[in-house]
Design a protein around this ligand. Structure first.
Ligand SMILES: Cc1cc2nc3c(=O)[nH]c(=O)nc-3n(C[C@H](O)[C@H](O)[C@H](O)COP(=O)(O)OP(=O)(O)OC[C@H]3O[C@@H](n4cnc5c(N)ncnc54)[C@H](O)[C@@H]3O)c2cc1C
Ligand SMILES: *[C@@H]1O[C@H](CO)[C@@H](O)[C@H](O)[C@H]1NC(C)=O
Ligand SMILES: *[C@@H]1O[C@H](CO)[C@@H](O)[C@H](O)[C@H]1NC(C)=O
Ligand SMILES: *[C@@H]1O[C@H](CO)[C@@H](O)[C@H](O)[C@H]1NC(C)=O
Ligand SMILES: *[C@@H]1O[C@H](CO)[C@@H](O)[C@H](O)[C@H]1NC(C)=O
Ligand SMILES: *[C@@H]1O[C@H](CO)[C@@H](O)[C@H](O)[C@H]1NC(C)=O
Ligand SMILES: *[C@@H]1O[C@H](CO)[C@@H](O)[C@H](O)[C@H]1NC(C)=O
Ligand SMILES: *[C@@H]1O[C@H](CO)[C@@H](O)[C@H](O)[C@H]1NC(C)=O
Length: 594
């Protein structure tokens, strides 16, 4: 047989096979369309109010009944500062209340103001300036990017009801905990939100044991809504401590740990994501599952640093807890008097080069460089006495002395984590800064030349904005970077460098310009010295051009696989979350496939 003869044969078979496949798919599609289950066609865009497919009043009433009356229709908290507010379903209504408005204005920058609300977003730009408390009462007040409705959940069943409702009606679902997220991941226009903040259960497991885990020791199970300080207080009452964030009100179980989580204790124990022993999760299919090293191990992995709002709704997590210990803290203030800028940055150079020895000794070091000067506020280290911490600061102190700089430095000791934590003089205001960030690798302070490039970048930023760094060594507690989903680059990082520019509440366009300045002027200075580098997904610029590479690194493809397995229909969507490039949020807030 000659090959030319074979070709028509096999091609004939191919044609037949192709027509059969084509016919079968036409039938399948026709059948699916008939049943109304052609997901691709039906979910090209999520429904929004005004669409025929948007749930009716009766649908919402039934959902409210299913969740025992826990459904809240959004009225923006700043409606009291406006003559009228228009919301998705309630329509126009009169809202102005001068006294309440004054009170709101005076408390606007406190997280608690927004925590009391089922919908308020702390990252101001993700409100679309839709109901601004600082504008004239005549200015319009609408929902903007806030959810239309929120389930104030207290049980997994509430979360399941919301998931099933959103799936059934093809509407956008948002997972919202404290609403701290800088990247707008916990709010969304025309959505149903599940609010996890009131899921506050905490329990102690004195001796955790699991066949899939080498860890044996105390553990604490934390509900989805537990805030940092609540977890610290509970742990303290059992002589323990847990790895949480530095703002008392940032949730511990939500975006923080699921996004990696850098903690005061990170140089001792690693990232928050490294501590997780088990999760309970409500999936996109509405099922309640456990994810641990032996059960649903892929989900267990992805939730440990692959980002919040992506793979499922976490109901609780069980984390390692550690015996409490004493702490030392140090503070340094170096004011800029207008003539000493060169000397300040020379001292900062020495300080940067001392950071590896500080973090390797277990310290967490926060510093700020801004037009007012330089501060360390604070450095904290578990199990170190002040004299030991002072010794680690000595190179910086000597350098400042040599340069004739006027500074203040003080260190103290506290008997346990909670008292050391409470002594942090920080202010934890929210809704006041636009942010962006980059992880700084340890290699950048390894020699004079690269340190000089880092100092130059920080100086350029510090001259016009806030440059804030949080230094840690998170390499201790994992045996291999692939063990958890958090970007492997974390293990090479010396610090998280953040850039902050204040929000302007009376000039919305200025905020857009401020964020663009972060994206196009300030961060490129840091990107230039960290090519192929990374950014911490919870503290980054939401306009980061290479967010997949920068936030997830070499784990991105694997995370997409896990996303596909657990949420093939892409119910969970959040800006810069894994798989989010497959959808876009249009100008009117509608979410559509790209
Ligand atoms: C003042 C301030 C201080 C901060 N300090 C630190 C710090 O010290 N260290 C640090 O690492 N980070 C810090 N952050 C960043 C913080 O980690 C992120 O903002 C984080 O996303 C907050 O998580 P949340 O659950 O409290 O907030 P939210 O804004 O409610 O949620 C954040 C993300 O997590 C998702 N999510 C929330 N709950 C769940 C859940 N149960 N299941 C699935 N997804 C969920 C949301 O959908 C969203 O994508 C700070 C932020 C602020 C504003
Ligand atoms: C849900 O029911 C509760 C209790 O009946 C009610 O107070 C609340 O307003 C309802 N929510 C909505 C959105 O109608
Ligand atoms: C923090 O917010 C409060 C309440 O809005 C405000 O009074 C205070 O000035 C703010 N502090 C800082 C440091 O921004
Ligand atoms: C949410 O529910 C909690 C109880 O779980 C309640 O204390 C709180 O007031 C509710 N908040 C809103 C805004 O409905
Ligand atoms: C956001 O604001 C712009 C400009 O006012 C408006 O065109 C757009 O519809 C708004 N989007 C939402 C979701 O409110
Ligand atoms: C990164 O820096 C920002 C401050 O600018 C801070 O709020 C945040 O806690 C830091 N992130 C971590 C993970 O420590
Ligand atoms: C972190 O500290 C450990 C223990 O001191 C050390 O072995 C490691 O080299 C440090 N690594 C990084 C990247 O910080
Ligand atoms: C905000 O913008 C207005 C108008 O451009 C300007 O007058 C004001 O100074 C700005 N405020 C701040 C705090 O930058």
């Amino acid at each position: 047989m000659s090959s030319p003869k074979k070709a028509p044969d096999s091609s004939g078979i191919g044609v037949t096979a192709r027509s059969v496949i084509a016919l079968v798919s036409i039938l399948v599609v026709a059948f699916a369309v008939k049943l109304g289950i052609d997901n691709r066609a039906a979910t090209q865009c999520r429904s929004i109010p005004g669409d025929e497919a948007w749930p009716t009043r009766e649908d919402w009433r039934l959902l409210n009944q299913t969740v025992d009356g826990k459904l809240v229709a959004t009225i923006p908290i700043a409606a009291v500062c406006h003559h009228s507010a228009s919301t998705d379903d309630i329509g126009e209504h009169s809202t102005f209340d001068q006294e309440a408005c004054d009170a709101l204005r005076s408390e606007w920058f406190w997280p608690k103001t927004h925590l009391a609300s089922a919908s308020s977003a702390m990252a101001y730009q993700f409100t679309n300036d839709s109901c601004n408390p600082f504008l004239d009462p005549d200015a319009p007040c609408g929902l903007g990017y806030l959810p239309a409705y929120t389930v104030n959940a207290t049980t997994p069943a509430d979360l399941q009801a919301a998931v099933n409702f959103a799936q059934r009606h093809n509407i956008r679902l948002v997972i919202r905990n404290t609403g701290h997220d800088y990247l707008g991941k916990s709010t969304g226009a025309h959505s149903l939100a599940v609010w996890t903040l009131h899921m506050k259960d905490m329990s102690l497991i004195p001796e955790y044991q699991h066949p899939g885990s080498s860890y044996q020791g105390p553990a604490i199970k934390l509900g989805a809504g537990v805030e940092g300080l609540e977890a610290y207080t509970f742990a303290n009452s059992h002589g323990l401590m847990v790895v949480g964030g530095n703002c008392p009100n940032v949730g511990i179980t939500g975006g923080f740990t699921q996004g990696g989580g850098i903690s005061i204790l990170s140089s001792k124990f690693g990232l928050a994501a490294d501590q997780v022993l088990s999760w309970e999760v409500v999936t996109a299919a509405g099922e309640l599952v456990t994810a641990d090293p032996t059960e649903n191990a892929d989900l267990f992995w992805a939730l440990r640093g692959g980002g919040g709002g992506t793979f499922g709704i976490v109901v609780s997590m069980t984390v390692k807890a550690f015996p409490d210990t004493f702490f030392s803290s140090a503070h340094l203030t170096l004011p800029n008097d207008g003539t000493n800028t060169d000397a300040i940055y020379s001292a900062i150079s020495t300080f940067f080069q001392s950071l590896p020895s500080l973090v390797d000794a277990g310290a967490w070091v926060v510093w700020v460089a801004a037009p007012f000067g330089f501060m360390v506020m604070p450095a904290m280290a578990a199990g170190l006495h002040p004299s030991e911490l002072d010794a680690l600061f000595q190179p910086t102190l000597s350098k400042m002395d040599d340069l004739g700089l006027a500074y203040t430095y003080a260190s103290t000791e506290n008997p346990d984590f909670l008292s050391a934590y409470r002594a942090i003089p920080g202010f934890f205001n929210a809704s006041d800064y636009h942010a962006g960030g980059r992880l700084i690798p340890r290699s950048l302070v390894a020699d004079e030349a690269s340190t000089a490039s880092l100092v130059a970048a920080v100086r350029a930023i510090g001259a016009q904005a806030f440059a804030v760094g949080v230094a840690v060594n998170v390499s201790r507690s994992v045996s291999a970077p692939g063990e958890v989903a958090a970007n492997p680059y974390f293990r090479r990082a010396l610090m998280n460098l953040s850039v902050g520019v204040p929000v302007n509440y009376t000039d919305w366009a200025a905020n857009r310009r401020a964020q663009d300045r972060i994206t196009n002027e300030l961060l490129p200075r840091v990107r230039a010295i960290t090519p192929g580098g990374a950014a911490y997904l919870n503290e980054a610029d939401f306009q980061e051009p290479d967010w997949r590479g920068a936030f997830y690194g070499e784990h991105y493809a694997r995370l997409v696989e896990v996303k596909r397995r657990w949420d093939g229909g892409e119910l969970f969507w959040a800006r810069t979350a894994v798989g989010s490039e497959r959808w876009e949020e249009r100008g009117d807030g509608r979410l559509c496939r790209t």
